[in-house]
Design a protein around this ligand. Sequence first.
Ligand SMILES: [Zn+2]
Length: 479
Amino acid sequence: MLYRHFVIILVFAVFLVHCAEWRYHNNTDLELFLKNFNQSTKSGIATKLYSIGKSRKGNDLWVLQLTATKKRKTGIPNIKLIGTIHGNEPVGREIILHFMEFLRDGYGSDPVVTWLLDNTRIHFLPNMNPDGFALSHENMCDGEHVRNNGLGGKDLNRNFPDFYHKNRIPEEPETKAVKKWLEDVPFILSAALHGGAMVVNYPFDTVKESTSDMENPPSLTPDHDVFVHLAQVYSQNHPTMHKGDSCSDSKFEGGIVNGAVWYPIIGGMQDYNYAFHGCMELTLEISCCKYPAASELPKLWQDNKMALLKYCLEALRGVTGQILDSTSRKPIAKATLRVSGKNMTFSSSKTGEFWRLLLPGNYKLEVSAEGYYNQVVSFVVKKYETNPKLTSLKILMLNSSISTTSSTTPKQRTTGTTVKFTRSITDGAPITVSSAGVIPSEDHQPPTPASLITPLEKSSSTVHQNYIFYVSLVIFLLL
Ligand SMILES: [Zn+2]
């Protein structure tokens, strides 16, 4: 008899702890969750927990990094997912925690998850605004209450340098921390998870000139094609968002919207990511209620799971490469790059690497670096139905102090890639040197044939449901 009671209590205790998964983690619990996650091990997966700084009230802004890539390998794209930039929109923080578990648990068994973790590095910042969240309340669906980073604080999504205007609002500690993070890690793809609507919002949020018109004109980026694609990947993989009318008073065709068309803002985080760091970030509005009851979290997770997974895979469509000195083979940092036809430059990282998300097609990349001849490199971005893979280049830059006569011209070593070294002379006409500086990277292999469309199985929620069933069965039998 005593034994039976003991078993019942034990089963209930385990049951309660497991159910606690579907709740909002306060700041202390969230930190504990991340620390425990960091200590959980799984063969092939590497985790790293680090803080990018502190909030106004001194709370750490924890980031958990997850990857299965090999150390020292170049060309690995960095992705980030950010939750709770607005303190009263905490669904994203919980979705991010479940997504972390989903990826870890699916690695090695789910082919899509395995491909993603084998080829990317994902950084999760679930709690960008811990001070605002600490003041917010469950079931508060609307309003600006504690949206900011605490009492007397600022809206962090208006606090970044702006592409078109000077942002006169002093930068908050959280903003500075994210800016430094972007300087340290060459992110290529990002999403900030919000609540209060059901739509994917893409840059620009800012407008060059404000208008008195009732309808705001779009404010589009030179990478509009890519942003629309990314936004559609998310909305189309969400069961309701793509229908465009998920919340009562808002209609968004296809479930996506240009930020400025919806409502222009200055100092938004996604514009800063793109214009200042070449990182393509979208604003994901994933729940009509800003802070819904915790009982709604399981459904919200199910609705966003596949969309997040497919979105992250997009970090593998485009081009990557490393820019090296043709003689010393040393990486060239801060080289300026531009995809021909897209009037937006970006830079190589400290290791001379670069990434750019692009739709399938033929492109030219313009590369310039101080002390080197400019280059124009042609390349192709292939179309992948599954197992997407970045086109990988190595670009050798010729020092401009080296003579460009034919005797010093490097031998051509390309596979259908055309490269020109150019140098401006006094009359402005470029000298073109018949040469090649691109070596296809070792990573440039044909895609693995694929059976990666396999439906995702054994998701954490399925496991969770099975678990509840078995626990209930045990309780029933014991009673
Ligand atoms: Zn928000």
